[in-house]
Design a protein around this ligand. Sequence first.
Ligand code: ADP
Length: 489
Amino acid sequence: MPTKVAFIGSESYPFIKTGGLGDVMYALPRALRREGCDVRVILPYYACIPQKFKDNVTWKGSFMMDLCQGGQSYFVGVMETEIDGVVYDLIENREFFDWGNPYTGLWEDIPKYCYFSKAALAVLNYLEWIPDVVHCHDWQAALVPVYLRTSFAGTPVGAARSVLTIHNLRFQGICSLDHLKYWSGLPDYLFDYPVFKMNDHEANMFKGGLAYADRVTTVSATYAEEIQTDFYGEGLNGHLWYHRGKLRGIVNGIDVDIWNPRTDALLPNTYDEHSVLEVKRANKRALQERLGLTVDDGKFVLGLISRLTDQKGLDLVNAVFEQMLDDRTQVVILGTGDPRYENSFRYYEGIHPGQVCACIKYDESLSHQIYAGADALLVPSLFEPCGLTQLIAMRYGTVPVVRETGGLKDTVEPFNEYTGEGNGFTFDRYRADLLLDAVNRGKDQYFDHRNVWDALVRRDMEKDVSWDLSAQRYIDLYEELKELGLQGL
Ligand code: ADP
């Protein structure tokens, strides 16, 4: 019997994606499917899902579900579609999902994801598709393991085991105890310290999910260790340390069909590890033309593709921006987020025309062109659970410059100038001078030891950044849970 897994989360490419979670919710189910698992993905049917996907769904039916203290009745509609053997069940409720992009603010998002977590389990019962494992993602699905062992115990889906994956611990779904108590409709005894309670006033959805999940995973081995410390634990380090026996770190991969420089239709010119050196120069010129930069394939082009938040180490970038920018260097930024970073990068573009381009927008196609046309990609994060941009960069022969934290540490082996080994330029402590030093070490190789740099580019393209190994580790985890059975948990 193939292992049956239901993925439950708030976003998935190609329907809706705001960050790495959307990539993982798409790529991991496909990888599991290739390994023989039977996988379904349960998502909200947001109004902002593009029409071309809405035109391809099948109506599976509807029912009413109790939510809230006092048990108000809410509509649950189910739409279904399939992409490459993975079935997507989309939950429709206009009151919750007809506005937002898809997130709005915590006050509205808490009720939205209480409803979603409960409805996801109700839909599995309704469809009579009972998984071996419900695999939940981030705080938006963190109530699933709790509902599974309370409201749904004794129902068919109650026989499933649960895995909760932490993609980013910074976002936890914290609100007043009363707000969560009201909307979740969960019994009072859960609102004490071992489960939801944070302090006298606040409840934390992630905290409750972590307590109730049969296994907790996060997206790199280093981040799994880091979140048990004060600095990275976002206030939950003690709780995670207490539950460390069920915590595992499994590094993300990328979908190597979507991210494939050999076939990528969004690139001006496709390439492989043999043609990369020549074709990258052509792609660099095309990128410079598209962005209004001085067209010169001799420049060192440094890319940055990121949400513009303090997590991403942008304070370090700002601190040494002018020093990174000598007349041999160009910088391309693609991102949106905090206005203070958007504005600082616009400012640098203004005073360095032709040398800096700040693209303050979300643009999938431009991201592909930057991965293919830049020489190096900057990821100097303050913390990084896994990070996908450094993986995509390596696949495209773009050398990552990263801070040694979380998944960046686990996926980018530091370049060793004596042996010529490694995948990128790295620095450890969160200091701007160390970032600048890493960029300069990269430039030294690029300008003065081009043969070493070129070998690095080719080696990065050959590195296995696919999901294959990690999908197998998830399957091992599912098998472990199946063997343990409910009694052994
Ligand atoms: P996070 O999930 O913290 O945002 P990740 O590195 O895990 O960071 O994933 C980021 C994903 O979002 C990558 O696929 C990256 O290419 C994409 N991305 C980020 N910002 C943009 C943008 N402005 N335009 C296009 N793609 C972007």
